[in-house]
Every structure is written in structure tokens, then in C-alpha cells.
Design a protein around this ligand. Structure first.
Ligand SMILES: Cc1ncc(COP(=O)(O)O)c(C=O)c1O
Length: 464
């Protein structure tokens, strides 16, 4: 997070100190924006911070986030037991490294890497780091290829849709690559293969395909993009890799649609990222990056650290990294297996479909994305109202729900939508309560009288 200097006027007019709030323990004032001179009792420090953080939203009611907010107590215990291990210290903590490597293998197999392949991969802080590392390798490989062919290598470009996450734009800017951003289609809210073909050329380091997009949860047409790039390779000799951003779908599609070909079964898919902390069901921050072949990771980008006297290559942006989430990911994989992940994914998908059907049934919302591939439901008002979805978002906050409203990227910027990510602990019962709250909030904004929860009328729905 970029820290900013707090506006001095704001400090003057707001409280600059924690003042005498805990008179049971202390009557001292404590500065908020300067290093305190003295010490304080641990219980006072705890209470001050704990009380302030009560102002944060309740993570379980945060329907905006893809990120896991609940894990089993056994996982919590493993997390606590490993919090003090720096993952990069492989020499000191060889078993965590071993577990990480096992997960890389598990993920590569989950993504159907060809059996004969010498794949390679790494854990990261999240999908953002994984995307940057994946694309950086493609930039390096492109540069090498251009050098070998005696061609200029000072104008690399990357082709991706306006439906990608901001981390793609960050990569382009931070690593000096021209972003060729394709507008999304108004009917699918994703990119179209024809537009990808128009944008690529011999300076294209990679094409991005997102499964599913941050905005609507839709899938870019990855199979068609793969076919089109294969055709281009055959016709013109241009070999452009695809990086699949499966931040969300990486832990959904292998269980929900195992037959769907989106991963290393497609020849041009050379690297894939996913977020362990999204539907991998682990707290933040954990991501995974897998390359189809070891050869795709340039030797230049590897750095070596000592591991039990051996040289161990690393490929990360950050040096230090926590061990706990890697261990927690391993716990989930061992504990749940394919059967458990499938069961949870199917339940989330069911609950998402149920949410979509209740919204449609109410006739107060038009559903845009009916949880087709991942448990995300997006919707808007079917007709103009004297208030906006932003007002509605604000209004349901009164009940604790955090649900975002936003406008879509170009060329659909005139469409404003709301999005709900249906996570494991958003049960069917909570879906009912949420929809009733949403309808009540809409009614209140219209100026109608609001009765208490309409939930009693719907009681009897099984809790899932
Ligand atoms: C499609 C997509 N890519 C990348 C990211 C960034 O992921 P992370 O938060 O794991 O860095 C997100 C986050 O929501 C996402 O939805």
C-alpha cells in the first residue's frame, strides 16, 4: 500500500491522540501520527487497537471480496504454528519448501500439464505477483528471440482486454511494455478473438486471457484465442504465448467443468496464475504461477539461494514471504482432496444460481452474469430509478453487507452493475436474508415504508 502523508489540516481538526479512553488502565494521551515517546502496557495497546478495528466491516458479510475469510480451526492452528517462519529461509525450513514444491506439482497436474513436460512453478504473494513474474518471463523470452533474429527489441507490447485486473496495467507500466488494451464486447463483457488478432504482431510478448474477469466473472474466449494463435503460428510463424489469468477459476473450473479445455491442454497456453487465497480457500496472501516448460523461465531471471548446501533457484519479486499460507494451502489440499473441493465448489455454484434466481424472481434486478463458470453474480436495475446502485450499495451497508457497485470498463462504461462473490460461508439462508435486505433497501430508497425482514415468508429454505 502506498502510504500517504495525512493532510495536516485533517490532523488538526480530527483527534491526533488516543485520548484517555482506557482510564481503567491508563490516563495518558497517545499520539497517532508520531512515534510515542514511552511504552504502554500490552493490554492497553491491544485494547486500543482492537477497539479501533471494530470499525472495519465484518469480513464474512463482505460480498465484494474473492478472498477467503474463514478456515477450519485446524488450519488456523497450523497457520499460527508457522507464522514465524520466513519462507525464503529454505536452509532453516526445508520442509515448508518441500511442501511448496509438492503443491507446484499438484497445481501443474490440476492444470493438465502434458505428462512428458518438465514444468516449473512458484508460490507468490498473490495473483498480481504471479502475473508480473509470468509476463516478465515472456518479455525476456521475446527479447531473446528478437536478438537471435537480429531484430529490434525496444518496443515490446502485450495484448489483453479491458476486462483484466489492474495488475496487468501495472505490469505494462512497471516493466515498460506497451499495453494494447482491447475494449470488451457489449454482449459478452469479454474480449473477442477477432480483436485479439488485430492487435498482435511480432512485438507481442504475450496475449492475456482471463478466467473469470474481476468485473463480471465471465471467461475470455481462451479456446478460440488459442486456435487463432495456432493458426497464426502456422501461417506466419508468429509464436505468441498465452498467459491465463485464472486468479478465480484456477480452483473452480478443474472441479466444476473438468472437461472444459482452458489450461495446458491448449498448446499456446504457456503460463497460468491462480490465487490460493481466493477459491483455493486460504487466507491472503498466496498465489501460484506455473509454466508449461522449465525452458520458459529464463535462466537470467532465476536467483540462487543456498538450500542445505545446494544451490536453490528462486523466482519471486519479494524476498521474504510468510510460510503459513503455503502450509494452509497444503492442509486444504490434503484435507479436502478433489472430492472436498468439488463438493464446496458445487455448493457455492448452487448458492450463486439460487441468488441469481431470487434476484430475477423479484423483477427488481436484471441479472447479467448468472454464475455461469464461477460463483459470481452480477446484476443491475432493469429500468431507470431516481437513485443509483451506488446509493443501494450504501444503503445495504446499514445491515452490514458490503457489496460493491461499479461501472464496467470500455466499451461498456455506461453500464453500472453490482457484484456478489458467493463464497463458501455465504449459505443459502444468508442469500435469502441478503436478498430481502436488498429489496427492503431499494424500497426505502423509493420512499416506501420498509417492513422488517421478509424472511419469515421464506422460512424453510434449507441451510447449505
Ligand atoms: C482476474 C484477477 N486477476 C488478478 C487479480 C489479483 O489477484 P491478487 O489479489 O491475488 O493479487 C484479481 C483479484 O481479484 C483478479 O480478479
Amino acid at each position: 500500500m502506498v502510504s500517504k502523508k495525512v493532510n495536516i489540516e485533517k490532523i488538526r481538526t480530527s483527534r491526533r491522540v488516543y485520548g484517555k479512553t482506557h482510564s481503567r488502565y491508563s490516563t495518558d494521551e497517545v499520539p497517532k501520527y508520531e512515534f510515542p515517546e514511552g511504552m504502554m502496557e500490552s493490554k492497553v495497546a491491544y485494547q486500543l487497537i482492537h477497539d479501533e478495528l471494530n470499525l472495519d466491516g465484518n469480513p464474512d458479510l463482505n460480498l465484494a471480496t474473492f478472498v477467503t475469510t474463514w478456515m477450519e480451526p485446524e488450519a488456523d492452528r497450523l497457520i499460527m504454528e508457522n507464522l514465524h517462519k520466513n519462507f525464503i529461509d529454505h536452509f532453516e525450513y526445508p520442509q515448508v519448501k518441500d511442501i511448496e514444491e509438492r503443491i507446484v506439482n499438484i497445481m501443474a497436474n490440476l492444470f493438465n500439464v502434458p505428462k512428458e513436460n518438465d514444468f516449473v512453478g512458484t508460490s507468490t504473494i498473490g495473483s498480481s505477483e504471479a502475473i508480473m513474474l509470468g509476463l516478465l518471463a515472456h518479455k525476456w523470452n521475446w527479447k531473446q528471440k528478437m536478438k537471435e533474429n537480429g531484430k529490434p527489441y525496444d518496443h515490446p507490447n502485450i495484448v489483453f482486454g479491458a476486462d483484466t485486473h489492474v495488475s496487468w496495467d501495472k505490469f505494462a507500466r512497471y516493466f515498460d511494455v506497451e499495453p494494447r488494451v482491447i475494449p470488451i464486447r457489449k454482449d459478452t463483457y469479454t474480449i473477442a478473438v477477432e480483436d485479439v488478432l488485430k492487435a498482435v504482431d511480432e512485438n507481442t510478448i504475450a496475449v492475456g486471457a482471463v478466467l473469470g474477469t474481476t468485473f463480471t466473472g465471465s471467461f475470455d474466449p481462451v479456446t478460440e484465442i488459442n486456435d487463432a494463435l495456432l493458426d497464426l503460428k502456422r501461417r506466419k510463424g508468429l509464436d505468441i504465448p498465452i498467459h491465463v489469468d485464472a486468479a478465480s477459476a484456477g480452483f473452480i473450473t478443474p472441479f466444476h467443468e473438468p472437461e472444459f479445455r482452458w489450461d495446458f491442454r491448449l498448446e499456446q497456453v504457456k503460463s497460468i496464475n491462480t490465487s490460493g487465497h481466493k477459491f483455493g480457500l486460504v487466507y491472503p496472501g498466496l498465489g501460484w504461477l506455473i509454466f508449461r516448460n522449465e525452458g520458459l523461465l529464463p535462466e537470467d531471471l532465476k536467483f540462487y539461494v543456498n538450500y542445505l548446501g545446494d544451490e536453490m533457484p528462486t523466482y519471486t519479486l519479494n524476498f521474504s514471504e510468510g510460510s503459513s499460507m503455503i502450509v494452509a494451502q497444503y492442509y486444504n489440499i490434503m484435507r479436502l482432496g478433489r472430492k472436498g473441493y468439488t463438493q464446496i465448489v458445487e455448493k457455492m455454484m448452487d448458492n450463486a444460481s439460487y441468488l441469481a434466481s431470487r434476484l430475477k424472481e423479484s423483477k427488481e434486478f436484471s441479472v447479467i452474469n448468472n454464475a455461469n463458470h464461477i460463483p459470481v453474480v452480477t446484476f443491475r436495475f432493469p429500468k431507470d430509478e431516481p437513485f443509483t446502485l451506488f446509493d443501494l450499495s450504501y444503503r445495504v451497508r446499514e445491515r452490514g453487507w458490503i457489496v460493491p457497485a461499479y461501472s464496467l470498463p470500455p466499451d461498456s462504461e455506461n453500464t453500472t452493475i453490482m457484484r456478489v462473490v458467493v463464497r463458501e460461508n455465504f449459505t443459502r439462508d444468508l442469500v435469502d436474508i441478503f436478498v430481502d435486505d436488498l429489496l427492503n433497501a431499494k424500497k426505502a430508497l423509493r420512499g416506501g415504508s420498509v417492513k422488517g425482514s421478509q424472511r419469515s415468508a421464506r422460512e424453510g429454505h434449507p441451510v447449505s
